[in-house]
Design a protein around this ligand. Structure first.
Ligand code: ATP
Ligand code: MG
Length: 236
């Protein structure tokens, strides 16, 4: 997917992405300070916002094959189970037997299928939002800080799940996170946002540890990232 000359003005904020390539079959990390435009770009890719000018070349990707989980998950006034199967239901796809129960069990939510989704704790709501995205097997999954409220065991579970699914289905992921160690652990490529622009874009190892861009160096300063923690097989 390629983003070319994309511009979007929202109030005082200007997003301007001259050129950004998001290679298919990779896990991309979007990082940058609060208000730098990460969520705005995700909404443009998702089609929730439309650009003022410029274009997104989806390279054949159909809008029905894209999903996004948001910072504050939106859940229907319905049960956990109905929320999870909703994307499948509207596309006329049957859920894979056992998959949902297995996900719930693996992230400490066994037996909660019938509970009202909106009565869940905030971390549990994020888990439901993640499971809903994973069960529907889209070609592009965008995760906007959805793992931020989860306990360490669940973060570990979903990170491993992302890597496993990506390996198996060769789908594309965009992960926004302020937890840079998470970005280092699972992303192939990293794109750094600063004041509405993408100031650096490249292989995770290079951007996180060898950047020569002053804004990126400033942003990463103070974050203790250990290079050997990065799974070197995944650096391309
Ligand atoms: N409806 C709106 N009206 C005015 N300003 C807006 C609106 N929506 C977004 N913005 C502004 O656009 C800027 C970019 O927001 P965005 O949500 O893309 O940031 P972000 O990089 O995702 O930040 P964070 O890390 O805090 O989630 C922010 O300064 C925000 O205040
Ligand atoms: Mg955001």
């Amino acid at each position: 997917m390629k983003i070319i000359d994309l511009k979007k003005e929202i109030g005082q904020f200007h997003l301007q992405v001259d050129y950004l390539e998001l290679e298919e079959g990779c896990i991309h990390g979007f990082i940058g300070g609060n208000g730098s435009g990460k969520t705005t770009l995700l909404k443009l890719i998702m089609g929730i916002l439309s650009p003022d000018s410029g274009s997104i070349d989806y390279n054949g990707l159909n809008m029905k094959e894209i999903t996004m989980t948001s910072q504050r998950p939106y859940l229907l006034h319905d049960s956990v189970y109905e929320n999870i199967i909703y994307p499948l239901k509207i596309r006329g796809i049957r859920p894979e037997p056992g998959e949902i129960a297995e996900y719930l069990e693996n992230c400490g939510m066994e037996g909660k299928e019938r509970q009202a989704a909106r009565s869940l704790s905030s971390g549990e709501q994020q888990k439901v939002s993640m499971i809903r995205a994973l069960c529907f097997h889209p070609r592009l999954i965008m995760i906007d800080e959805t793992l931020s409220n989860l306990d360490p065991d669940s973060v570990d579970f979903f990170e491993k799940q992302i890597l496993k699914i990506q390996e198996r289905e060769k789908n594309t992921w965009i992960l926004i996170s302020h937890r840079l160690s998470e970005i280092a652990r699972i992303c192939d490529r990293v794109h750094v946002f600063h004041k509405g622009k993408v100031v650096e874009s490249g292989p995770a190892g290079e951007v996180l540890f060898h950047s020569e861009v002053p804004e990126v160096q400033r942003f990463l300063k103070g974050e203790l990232l250990i290079e050997k923690e990065v799974d070197r097989r995944r650096i391309r």
